[in-house]
Ligand binder design. Structure first.
Ligand SMILES: Cc1cc2nc3c(=O)[nH]c(=O)nc-3n(C[C@H](O)[C@H](O)[C@H](O)COP(=O)(O)OP(=O)(O)OC[C@H]3O[C@@H](n4cnc5c(N)ncnc54)[C@H](O)[C@@H]3O)c2cc1C
Length: 479
């Protein structure tokens, strides 16, 4: 089995580690690695496609990494349904990009917006898109737990396999390695496009756009995506609604920026937006006029953050332009502090009022604001997700601010997000998602996620009694 020392960098440029990483190439090698680790009291951290923004795949002091990249295998078509959707069985380490190469006429339901994320990484993070959870269309998976057992997990499975099926989404590599999973993909027809319509562009005060989002959600309109963007501090709100259309040849809808295949141009646009977010905002306001429609290819629309994902690789590469930029002092990292809050539906207005009140005490951060978006998700079936138990579903507010690492404004952004986290949890039962970065006091995070820690801890005790699996993120939660 290969062992190497690797520099691991989390997306978003804030966290990194240098660690010894093992790379098993078969379930047998993985099983031997687990056995050996238990005997040596060696702790291990699972590493997928390394697209996490937090410390989810970074080994704590003394732990080793286990890359899942070589635990590959064939992808198989299981069945084709009457509506053209298909069920496939795929290796957990496969990325959405690689899956699409195998099934170019199909797309997954509710994947995250970066295509170089692994299927297993998306499942254990309980990833979502703007309308649902990725786990909803995964009907089974095979998992090896650190005790060496292999479990066929599905909803009706008895005993531990059934429990794993329910608790793996949101467990962040604490329970075992997903070797394979079965997921459904929907059929994309030749001329189909995503149509994005600006439903509202109005002042945030009064929350007209927020209530329209709730109405659109309840009516089931725009099933492809619904998102509310807050421009600035209680500035304008822009509500977008997305659906699949078959446009006529003369349809004049504009192309949606960042969704086409001009990766290098999109990386440049991302780089500018990250470094000068304040400059970009007026353009957003001008382009996103009420009633305006945009079209995009369905792959580019689904994975619209793929250029952000590729930016570091390009900007750190030996190509001429990146070399020149680096010589001029441009940092290849597009560093962001970001965090997502899960908000009970009935507290949406009170929470947003409080959020913007806190923001008023940090006015200098408005210039660092990259994105502030709100989505409305249905009730969450996955017990380890922060939105679980919120009646009727939840709103997710994601705040993303561009920072330069180590500069005083980074500490201010963290203080801002930390203050919102504390007040929002105490006053409104709002929780910080573990999926992204968490900028709040560790004690508060543990209090907020006490049910998660208890449930995951109890199951872990049964499948990982030697506590082999860990990560910096799991360590912070005391797991
Ligand atoms: C550009 C971009 C856009 C994104 N957009 C979204 C979004 O829209 N919605 C959303 O929900 N998330 C989004 N994410 C976050 C992403 O879905 C998660 O961070 C995901 O967990 C990353 O998975 P990964 O394959 O990169 O694995 P890693 O980052 O390497 O690891 C993630 C976690 O999975 C565990 N793990 C990895 N492989 C396995 C395995 N085979 N079995 C068990 N555990 C494993 C690791 O221990 C770790 O806890 C985005 C990320 C990026 C970079």
């Amino acid at each position: 089995m290969q062992t190497m020392t690797i520099d691991l960098r989390a997306m978003g440029g804030l966290y990194e580690a240098t660690a010894s990483v093992r790379e098993p190439a078969s379930p047998e090698e993985l099983s031997a690695l687990f056995q050996d680790a238990a005997a040596r009291r060696q702790r291990l951290t699972l590493i997928g496609a390394r697209r996490s923004f937090g410390e989810h795949f970074l080994p704590p002091e003394g732990a080793e990494g286990v890359s899942t990249a070589r635990l590959s295998g064939a992808t198989r078509l299981l069945s084709t349904e009457a509506d053209g959707s298909i069920w496939v069985r795929a290796p957990g380490s496969l990325t959405f990009e690689a899956l699409h190469r195998e099934y170019p006429h199909h797309l997954p339901y509710h994947p995250p917006t970066g295509d170089r994320i692994s299927l297993a990484g998306a499942l254990v993070a309980c990833a979502h898109n703007a309308v649902g959870f990725f786990a909803e269309e995964v009907r089974a998976f095979r998992m090896m737990t650190p005790d060496g057992a292999v479990h066929e997990c599905h909803a009706a499975a008895p005993g531990i396999a059934g429990e794993l099926f329910r608790q793996v989404p949101g467990s962040f590599g604490a329970l075992g390695v997903i070797l394979e999973l079965e997921l459904r993909l929907f059929r994309v027809r030749e001329r189909q496009r995503a149509e994005i319509t600006v439903l509202e562009h109005c002042p945030t005060r009064g929350f007209t756009a927020l209530e329209r989002l709730e109405a659109v959600y309840r009516a089931g309109e725009y099933p492809l995506g619904r998102g509310l963007f807050f421009l600035g501090r209680r500035g304008m709100s822009v509500l977008l609604g997305d659906r699949i259309v078959m446009p006529e040849p003369h349809d004049k809808a504009a192309p949606l920026p960042l969704t086409d295949d001009s990766t290098r141009r999109n990386i440049v646009a991302q780089g500018i937006a990250n470094r000068m977010p304040g400059l970009v905002r007026p353009f957003q306001g001008l382009v996103l006029k009420r009633g305006r429609r945009f079209h995009a290819g369905l792959y580019g629309f689904t994975f619209f953050q793929r250029s952000y994902d590729r930016a570091y690789d390009y900007l750190a590469s030996p190509a001429v332009l990146p070399r020149m930029l680096r010589a001029l002092g441009v940092d290849p990292r597009l560093t962001v502090c970001h965090q997502t809050f899960a908000v009970p539906v009935e507290r949406r207005r009170a929470f947003l009022d409080m959020y913007f009140d806190v923001f008023d005490a940090y006015p200098e951060l408005e210039a660092r604001l990259e994105q502030q978006d709100l989505i409305r998700l249905p009730e969450c079936a996955w017990p380890l997700h922060a939105a679980h138990g919120m009646p009727g579903g939840a709103y997710l507010l994601t705040v993303s601010m561009s920072v330069r690492r180590g500069q005083p404004h980074e500490a201010r952004v963290r203080a801002f997000l930390g203050e919102v986290s504390r007040r929002a949890f105490e006053a409104h039962g709002v929780k910080v998602l573990l999926l992204k970065q968490a900028h709040c006091e560790p004690a508060l995070l543990r209090r907020m996620h006490a049910p998660f820690i208890e449930a995951l801890g109890a199951l872990k005790q049964r499948v990982d009694p030697h506590r082999v699996l860990t990560s910096r993120m799991l360590d912070a939660l005391g797991l």
